[in-house]
Design a protein around this ligand. Structure first.
Ligand code: PAF
Length: 283
């Protein structure tokens, strides 16, 4: 498998491959690949001639230095996993910080129309400026026709769609369904930092969301939020950071249920110092 650390070399290769029927798919990742990432790569492989997978732990999207330093880095294993999907149709771009950012690693400031102030934005200062910045840089380097993102980070997906609208970059964004462990835990690179007991008990998060979905048919959202809090109050392993029901499109918190709108429930939970997020479509 071709693994590039330099954008110039990546671009040279892609330019040579381009012909009239060529379509380039792109899956940006921070590595520590799991089945969730592989499902994005499979979607990209099915729809494109060539697929670039970037593996880059982006410092500007971390507000917590410990989270950045403890983020798993497993390039060799990641490449081996990708090779199980295709040896020839996938290119890996695993750059250094300076290859992507140049000499100054700064995040741009974006106006995402309010998407950035909800949920993750409230709890992770500057996070979405960092995500918008790196994905914009990567889109400019890779120049994909299609890019694939997981719905586990649903707010990120909406932010990236907005970034593309603002910057008018010619790339189509596709959201892919959340992949789950057998107990319902949403797949995430951070899961590798959970203890065996935390993994075993973490099914509570998705079970709670499924019950929220049932309750949403007949119950008021504040009653539901209170019920979610009780599921986690004094829990020995998990601490609820937030639970929110929002409109899917603009992520505005629900005020009065409106039958014409599409809603989603979002949750963030700490297991020790590992932060887990998940969400579910409600209607
Ligand atoms: O979802 C991720 O892994 C990251 O936020 C992304 C999109 C690769 C940007 O660094």
């Amino acid at each position: 498998m071709r693994v590039y650390t330099s954008k110039a070399e990546l671009r040279t290769f892609i330019s040579k491959e381009k012909n009239t029927a060529f379509s380039l798919g792109f899956v940006p990742t921070m590595g520590a690949l799991h089945v969730g990432h592989l499902s994005l790569v499979k979607a990209a492989l099915a729809e494109n001639t060539l697929v670039v997978v970037s593996i880059f732990v982006n410092p500007t999207q971390f507000d917590n230095p410990n989270d950045l330093s403890s983020y798993p880095r497993t390039l060799t294993e990641d490449v081996q996993l990708l090779e199980t999907l295709s040896e020839t149709q996938i290119l890996v771009y695993a750059p250094t910080v300076s290859d992507v950012y140049g000499s100054e690693m700064n995040a741009d400031h974006f106006d995402f129309g309010g998407l950035e102030f909800e949920m993750e934005g409230k709890f992770r200062t500057g996070h979405f400026d960092g995500v918008g910045t790196i994905v914009k840089h990567l889109f400019e380097i890779v120049k994909p026709n299609f890019a694939y993102f997981g719905e586990k980070d649903f707010q990120q997906l909406q932010i990236i769609k907005k970034m593309v609208e603002i910057t008018k970059l010619p790339v189509t964004i596709t959201g892919c369904p959340i992949e789950r462990e057998s107990n319902g835990l949403a797949m995430s690179s951070r899961n590798s930092r959970l203890s065996a007991e935390e993994i075993e008990k973490s099914g509570l998060i998705y079970k709670t969301l499924q019950t929220v979905k049932e309750k949403f048919q007949s119950e008021n959202h504040t009653v539901i939020s209170d019920w979610v809090s009780t599921q986690f109050s004094n829990h020995p392993l998990f601490e609820l950071e937030y639970f929110q029901i929002s409109e899917s499109e603009n992520l505005a918190p629900i005020q009065q249920k409106n039958q014409t709108k599409i809603y989603r429930a979002f949750i963030a939970v700490f297991a020790g110092d590992v932060r887990l997020i998940d969400n579910i479509a409600l209607n």
